[in-house]
Design a protein around this ligand. Structure first.
Ligand SMILES: Nc1nc2c(c(=O)[nH]1)N[C@H]1C(S)=C(S)[C@@H](COP(=O)(O)O)O[C@H]1N2
Ligand SMILES: [Mo]
Length: 396
C-alpha cells in the first residue's frame, strides 16, 4: 500500500500539511463534548417550539409558567448562535482528516467518514438557516420551520452514530493526562507553549479561550433582545424596541399584512363561534369585564418583551357563547393570507385566566401594528401564535 509520503492526494491537503500540535485528540474530544451539549439543548428547546406550533394530543403543553417559551426559545437562539464559533473550531480541528487519502480504509472507516460528513453538513445547515431566518433572509424556497425541524433529526441521528463509533476514542482522549515528554513529565501548557513558540501558532489553552471568548461575544451582542437590562447590547439583534413607545418590537406591520383598511373599518366586529355564537362590535367588547395582564411576546427569533395588555378574557367570551370547556379554538386574522394569519388555541391556553383578546397595550388603545382593533395575547407560547387583527374565533 502507499505510504504517507507517496499519497496521491493534493499536497496542500495531505495529513502532514497540518502539523499543528494544537489539534490533539484531547482538544478535539473536549470541543466535541461542548458541541454535543449545545446540540442537545438546542434540539430539546427546538422540540418544545415545534410542539407549540404543531400540538399533539398525547403531549399537551401547559400554559404555565407564563415565561416558559421566552426562556426555552431565548436559550435556543442564544445557544445556537454561540455554537457557531464552537462548530467552526471543531471543524478546523479535524479538517486535516477530511482530506486523508485513501478516503476509506475499510467499510467501517468509510461509514464513519460518511456519518461525520452528514453530521457536519446537517449541523452547518441548521446554523446557517437559523441565522438567515433571524435576519429575515429567505434565500431558499423551502419553508424554514419545516426544513430546520427535519434536519434537526438528521443532526441527532448522526450525532448518535458518531458517538457510537467514536466512543472508545472519546473516552480515552478525555481521560488522557495532558501530554508529557518521555523523560521529564511536563505540564501540558508548557509543552503546548513551546510547540506554539516554535510554530508561531496558538496554544491549546489559547484556542479554548478564543472559542469561549467568541461564543461569549456572540451571546453578549444578542442576549439584549431577551434580557432587557442588556438591551443596549443587542447589536446583532435584528429587531430593536428602542424606538417604540411600547418597548415591543414589531415583526410584521399592518401595511405589510395588507390589513390597514379592514382593521380601521368602522363596521369592524369580532365573530365568536359556539352554540350561542355571535358578533361583537368594539363597543360590545369594551362593555365586557376588562382585565389587565403582564405577558411577554416571545418571538421564535429569540427576542422577547413584556407588555401590560388590557382587554377581554378569551374564556369569558367563550362562556358567553356557550363553548365547551374542553374545546380547542382558532383565532383568525383579518389578514387573508400569510403564515400567521390564524392560530390554534388549545384548551389549557384558551381557558387560562391570562389569555386575552387584547384591546390595549400599556394602557393605550393598541396601535395598528400591534394588532388593532383586537389581538390575542396568551401565556407561554411563541409570538407566531399571538394572532394580530383578530376577526374570528372559530370553535374546532
Ligand atoms: N395576523 C398576524 N399576526 C401575527 C403575525 C403576523 O404576521 N400576522 N406575526 C406574529 C409574530 S411572528 C410575532 S413575534 C408577534 C409580534 O407581535 P408584535 O408585533 O405586537 O410585537 O405577532 C404575531 N402575530
Ligand atoms: Mo415572531
Amino acid at each position: 500500500m502507499t505510504g504517507v509520503h507517496d499519497r496521491p492526494s493534493l499536497p496542500m491537503f495531505a495529513v502532514d500539511a497540518f502539523p499543528s500540535r494544537v489539534r490533539s485528540e484531547r482538544l478535539v474530544a473536549r470541543l466535541g463534548s461542548a458541541l454535543g451539549i449545545a446540540i442537545t439543548v438546542c434540539f430539546l428547546t427546538g422540540l418544545v417550539s415545534h410542539l407549540h406550533q404543531h400540538p399533539v394530543t398525547w403531549l399537551p403543553l401547559p400554559a404555565d409558567p407564563v415565561w416558559g417559551y421566552r426562556v426555552t426559545q431565548g436559550v435556543h437562539v442564544a445557544l445556537g448562535l454561540a455554537t457557531i464559533p464552537l462548530f467552526a473550531v471543531k471543524m478546523w480541528s479535524v479538517y486535516p482528516h477530511l482530506f486523508a487519502w485513501p478516503p476509506s480504509k475499510s467499510l467501517v472507516h468509510g461509514l464513519e467518514r460518511l456519518s461525520i460528513g452528514l453530521l457536519a453538513a446537517a449541523t452547518g445547515f441548521e446554523l446557517i438557516t437559523g441565522v438567515f431566518n433571524l435576519a429575515h433572509l429567505y434565500l431558499w424556497s423551502f419553508l424554514f420551520p419545516v426544513a430546520h425541524y427535519a434536519m434537526a433529526w438528521v443532526v441527532v441521528g448522526s450525532v448518535i452514530i458518531h458517538l457510537a463509533i467514536k466512543w472508545p476514542v472519546i473516552v480515552t482522549a478525555l481521560r488522557r493526562e495532558p501530554v508529557a515528554s518521555a523523560d521529564a513529565p511536563v505540564d501540558e501548557t508548557t509543552v503546548d507553549a513551546e510547540v506554539a513558540a516554535v510554530e508561531g501558532a496558538i496554544t491549546r489553552r489559547g484556542l479554548l479561550l478564543a472559542v469561549a471568548g467568541g461564543a461569549a461575544a456572540v451571546t453578549v451582542v444578542t442576549v439584549g433582545q431577551t434580557l432587557r437590562p442588556f438591551g443596549w447590547s443587542g447589536l446583532l439583534a435584528p429587531r430593536s424596541p428602542a424606538d417604540l413607545p411600547s418597548g415591543i418590537p414589531i415583526n410584521r406591520t399592518a401595511s405589510d399584512a395588507g390589513v390597514v383598511s379592514r382593521a380601521e373599518a368602522s363596521d369592524y366586529s369580532l365573530t365568536v363561534g359556539g352554540p350561542r355564537g355571535r358578533a361583537f362590535t368594539l363597543a360590545d367588547l369594551r362593555a365586557l369585564e376588562q382585565m389587565e395582564v403582564e405577558l411577554p411576546i416571545a418571538c421564535v427569533e429569540g427576542w422577547s418583551a413584556t407588555g401590560i395588555w388590557g382587554g377581554v378574557r378569551l374564556r369569558d367570551l367563550l362562556d358567553l357563547c356557550g363553548v365547551d370547556e374542553g374545546a380547542t379554538v382558532r383565532t383568525v386574522s383579518l389578514e387573508s393570507d400569510g403564515l400567521y394569519a390564524s392560530a390554534e388555541v388549545q384548551p389549557a391556553f384558551a381557558r387560562h385566566s391570562d389569555t386575552l383578546l387584547a384591546l390595549r397595550l400599556g394602557g393605550e388603545t393598541l396601535t395598528i401594528d400591534h394588532g388593532y382593533p383586537v389581538r390575542l395575547i396568551a401565556p407561554n407560547r411563541p409570538g407566531v401564535l399571538q394572532t394580530k387583527w383578530v376577526s374570528r374565533v372559530e370553535v374546532l
